[in-house]
Write a protein that binds this ligand. Structure first.
Ligand code: DQA
Length: 145
């Protein structure tokens, strides 16, 4: 079984209450259990984490070093400017896929920048919850290569 960390950044605990045209209607617990089920189908154990606090995110990421085979992360707004999250992801040394529920390129200009994209294995955006399934498939292919 591969060990996968599913990590969410700020405000993603509010899924279900955020604008549904961008984020759909699933709550975070519903999304996490869906991703866990997709992981099980793929021989992956998925551990989940969400925080609104930068330090908590950094320390969680540090703890993943050597403990997981891959990461699926939706860094929320930190995507666009938070270099400390980028550096922490880089330090983990496991491949990660960046996922966004909404299509960042079709929204405000500030969302078009991602400070993690160039070190991610892949970026999946604008595909709603199905983007997380795609991220698992990308990691599965990478881990079995
Ligand atoms: C998001 C997009 C970000 O711009 C935003 O700040 C989020 C969610 C997405 O999943 O589409 O919180 O990462």
């Amino acid at each position: 079984m591969s060990r996968i960390a599913l990590v969410h950044g700020p405000n993603l605990n509010m899924l279900g209450r955020r604008p549904s045209e961008h984020y759909g209607t699933l709550t975070l617990p519903e999304l996490e259990s869906q991703v866990r089920a997709w992981g099980t189908e793929r021989g992956m154990v998925v551990g989940t984490f969400q925080t609104n606090f930068e330090g908590a995110m950094l320390e969680h990421l540090h703890g993943l070093a050597g403990a997981v085979d891959g990461i699926v992360i939706n860094p929320g707004a930190w995507t666009h400017y938070q270099y400390s999250v980028r550096d922490a992801l880089e330090s983990v040394g496991a491949p990660f896929v960046e996922v966004h529920l909404s299509d960042l390129d079709a929204r405000e200009n500030f969302r078009k920048v991602s400070v993690v994209r160039d070190i991610a294995l892949a970026t999946v955006k604008g595909k709603g919850p199905g983007g997380y399934r795609e991220a698992l498939d990308i990691l599965k292919a990478e881990l079995s290569a």
